[in-house]
Design a protein around this ligand. Structure first.
Ligand code: HEM
Length: 429
């Protein structure tokens, strides 16, 4: 057997540049892509107190997400995401993870998601109705409100409208605290704790109220209560889905609106697609499925700006990946972003081109991973895709959008966000 190599490390000036990118107004992604081009698909970066090994490309991603999965744990007690989600399924491993995943899965099953279309449509309507025609709005904010209303209504049968404005700043605080930049450098803890307590009070109140007034519904909150789960564990799953199920969709919708705003020539095609739907009632699952061009635009948006740009793991034993040795106990980052920007599989990777996803176009497995892969892939992948199509179809049916700020950069928050925001003037059609 060939001798295993040690993952290369960029020279100190490149490492320093990476740190500057991380704490500066830009982000680490450009630096990481440049390092991958220079050093290959396995390399290590050295930051103060933190030296993760980055993996990218088809072979390494396949290893980390599938065959080597059991040697790469998610849970890391020092990671603020673990502190926040406690025993949420996202941060559990082994049997504890698999059992929680089985319990949550039915609420995100394809058939169940088809039943959420009406709520997705009506919540979009609610947000559109809150806009004054001709005014400019930040779509990063508006899509977050919408994604929150949708996830609470569909999964837990809860109308979040009365609590949305009050909890919004707390939600932003906890997201900021779990962002990689903040947890590497140490975030404002006091503020985070107060915000986290406000969200907890809200979730525990919902659990309590549902126990007192059962609805007999088939939503996930009622299901977890019926299953005999105790309040703390229900809170952990609710918070997991609340965060994982809205922050990602927020980023996807905001980036997609930014891309459409920057490429106004595609807006008429989207409008024609949404005009094929009835104005007065929500679309059927078949009609949503038939929104092919919407899917192409969404898929390309997810390739260019994957909301979750990295899979974060810890090696539980010595590993051999693509000819490199990774010792036990290392932080391993599977770079979804770098994999989806690899020119070997995605020619002109920075160019927005929805034709890459035209019907019939096939892609090499493990080169496109917006929803991860293997047994821990995204449980909400179908939910997110249906939601994005329904929301965008209704938005383009009722409105025309004009982007007023083209200078947007990628911010590495809990997800990849378009900053300073996506400011769009909304015109009623
Ligand atoms: C555009 C939207 C979304 C994207 C890009 C996305 C992406 C991802 C990715 C990449 C992972 C795997 C992370 C890893 O391997 O470390 C993941 C896991 C997960 N996602 Fe999503 N997600 C999205 C929407 C959603 C939605 C809407 C929900 C729920 C309503 C959801 C629930 C979950 C859960 C529960 C997991 C953990 C699965 C497990 O560990 O078994 N996601 N997501």
């Amino acid at each position: 057997m060939n001798k295993l190599l040690t993952p290369p490390v960029p020279n100190s000036s490149a490492g320093l540049a990476a740190l500057k990118e991380l704490i500066g107004p830009r982000n680490l992604l450009g630096a990481l892509s440049a390092m991958r081009r220079k050093l290959g698909n396995v390399f290590r970066i050295r930051l103060p107190g933190f030296s993760p090994v980055f993996l990218s490309g088809r072979e390494a991603a396949h290893f980390a997400l599938t065959e080597g999965r059991s040697a790469l744990n998610w849970r890391n007690e020092s990671d603020p995401v673990t502190g926040l989600l406690r025993h949420g399924l996202l941060v559990e491993d082994g049997e504890a993870h698999d059992s929680l995943r089985r319990k949550v899965m039915p609420a995100l099953h394809r058939q169940q998601v088809a039943g959420y279309i009406n709520k997705m449509w009506r919540r979009t309507e609610q947000v559109i109705n809150s806009w004054e025609p001709g005014k400019t709005y930040d779509m990063l904010v508006e899509m977050r409100k919408l994604a929150l209303l949708i996830v609470m209504d569909t999964l837990f049968d809860v109308d979040m409208t009365p609590d949305l404005e009050r909890l919004f700043p707390s939600i932003l605080d906890i997201l900021k605290f779990i962002s990689p930049g903040m947890w590497l450098l140490g975030g404002p803890r006091k503020r985070y704790e107060a915000s986290s307590a406000a969200i907890d009070a809200y979730l525990y109140r919902l659990i309590r109220e549902r126990r007192v007034h059962p609805t007999g519904g088939s939503d996930l909150l009622s299901g977890l209560i019926a299953d005999g789960m105790h309040d703390d564990l229900i809170r952990d799953q609710m918070l997991t889905l609340f965060i994982a199920g809205h922050d990602t969709s927020t980023a996807l919708l905001a980036w997609t609106l930014f891309l459409v705003g920057s490429h106004p020539e595609i807006q008429p095609t989207l409008q024609a697609g949404s005009d094929s739907l009835d104005m007065a009632s929500p679309p059927t699952p078949e009609q949503v499925e038939a929104l092919v061009y919407f899917k192409q635009v969404i898929d390309e948006s997810l390739r260019l700006y994957p909301p979750i740009h990295v899979g974060n793991r810890q090696s539980t034993q010595d590993l051999a990946v693509c000819g490199y040795a990774i010792p036990k106990g290392e932080r391993v980052m599977v770079s979804i972003y770098a994999t989806q920007h690899d020119e070997a599989h995605w020619p002109e990777p920075e160019r927005f081109d929805p034709q890459r996803f035209a019907p019939g176009r096939l892609h090499t497995p493990y080169t496109y991973l917006p929803f991860g892969g293997g047994p821990r892939n995204c449980l909400g992948a179908n939910f997110a895709q249906v939601e994005a199509k329904v929301v965008l179809a209704r938005l383009f049916q009722r409105c025309q959008f004009v982007l007023t700020n083209r200078r947007v950069h990628v911010h590495m928050g809990a997800t990849l966000e378009p900053r300073p925001g996506v400011f769009m003037q909304v015109r009623v059609r």
